[in-house]
Structure formats: C-alpha cells, structure tokens
Design a protein around this ligand. Structure first.
Ligand code: ADP
Ligand code: ZN
Length: 216
C-alpha cells in the first residue's frame, strides 16, 4: 500500500477467530517499525488469552508490546503526539467511542490499524466492527479453516462443555468455561432453546386469554 506524505487513515483487519488477524496486525506493525515509524499498540484489557495483558500475541506465538486499555477514551489519553501508527487489537471489545477515537487519530495523520472479530458467537455484528469497516479506507476480511469440514471459516462457534452454546448467552462472557472454534456458515450452530420455550409460553398465555375472552 502507498504510504504518502499525507498519512492518516483507517485500516480494518476483520474476520473470525484463528483467521490470522493478530498475525497480520503484527506484520504491519513490524514493517512500520522497519520504516522507522513511531508505533503504539493497544488492546482491550479483556483479551488475556495468550501472553498476558502486556503483549499482543498471535496463535503462532510471535508477540510485541501492547498497552491494555479499559475504554476507547483511554487510547486518546495515552497516544503520544509524535506517534505515526496506532494499532488496536481485539477492537470489538471496546466501547462505541472507539469510532470517534480512530476518526480523530486519522484526522491527525495517524495511520490507524484495528483488528477485531466481526461477528459474535451468534453470527451478529460485533461491537463497533461494522461501523469501523464502513468508515475505513482499507478493509481486509480474513478467514480461518472450519474445524468441522475444512471449508473457509467465517464464524465463531461458542462451545460449553464441548456442545454448541445457546443463543441466549451474553456476547462477552468473562471468566466463562466456554471455548471457541472457527466454523463455516453451514457448520455454525446456535441452538435457540429459549426462543422455543418462549413461543410455547406465549401460546399458553394466548390460550388463557382466549378462554378468558370467552368467559367475558
Ligand atoms: P486471530 O487474531 O484472527 O485470532 P491469530 O493471528 O492469533 O488469529 O492466529 C492465526 C493462527 O492460528 C494461524 O496462523 C494458525 O497457525 C492458527 N490456527 C489455529 N486454528 C486454526 C483454524 N481453524 N484455521 C486457521 N488457522 C488456525
Ligand atoms: Zn464447515
């Protein structure tokens, strides 16, 4: 990509877990460092999966220093005025203010590279990812390999005790015993136990009303 004199734009690296987003972010950050750019990397404090909170790491084991942040606003206060490139990993976990923060950075001629998973475990847009993809100059959508069938995986399968987790669970489960795997659209399973139960309850309630209407 051309890096001209008038830098300042937004790049989004999106995709399912295990698709190589952190690897790609690391690659771009390393190249920026080779180009002698001043780089700062942040990541959501919610991502403690691999190397602890101080490092941005990928599933292949490579790592670089990353500052954990609790809120998007914290990035605004922690960015040095001389910084040329800002990387943010696990951006889907940050609050919606992240959109205005990355806009603000890009206007100040910072090259902003954000990486995040674009869908939650239900296959719905995750956090501000959709908006970030819309306002970015460059969007890359990466894929993993579906562990069920070997096709391209686009979805995060949440598992609880090895079984597909129901749709009713929270989008961000902190300290949960769940695990994730990458799956394609066809192999992605989100049982909606609660909905069937709810439909049943509504039907029962409707019957009760019908009885009462008759009675009146
Ligand atoms: P992300 O940040 O998107 O979660 P990472 O960059 O941390 O991804 O890790 C990508 C690496 O994960 C791949 O290079 C590969 O070695 C490994 N990996 C593990 N499971 C899968 C899978 N199902 N599909 C593709 N890569 C996988
Ligand atoms: Zn599949």
């Amino acid at each position: 990509m051309h890096h001209g004199a008038h830098e300042g734009w937004i790049e989004v690296i999106s995709g399912v877990m295990f698709s190589g987003k952190s690897e790609e972010l690391l690659r771009r950050v390393r190249r920026a460092l080779i180009a002698k750019k001043r780089v700062q990397v942040f990541k959501s404090h919610l991502d403690r999966r691999y190397a602890g909170v101080e490092r941005l790491s990928s599933h292949n084991g490579s790592a670089i220093e990353a500052v954990p942040v609790v809120s998007a606003r914290e990035i605004r206060t922690r960015v040095n005025p001389e910084t040329d490139v800002v990387g943010i990993d696990e951006v889907q976990f940050l609050d919606s203010e992240v959109v205005s923060v990355v806009r603000w950075l890009a206007r100040r001629r910072v090259r902003v590279i954000v990486a995040g998973t674009d869908m939650d475990f239900r296959g719905e847009p995750f956090g501000s990812m959709g908006e970030l993809m819309a306002i970015a100059e460059v969007v890359d959508k990466l894929h993993a390999i579906c562990v069920q069938c070997g096709d391209l995986a686009t979805r995060n399968q949440r598992l609880i005790d090895g079984e597909p987790a129901p749709a009713e669970g929270p989008v961000i489960q902190i300290g949960g015993a769940e695990s994730y795997e990458a799956r394609c659209r066809q192999c992605h399973e989100v049982p909606e136990v609660g909905r069937h139960q709810m439909e049943l309850e509504i039907a029962v309630e409707a019957d009760a009303w019908a009885d009462r209407v008759q009675y009146w």
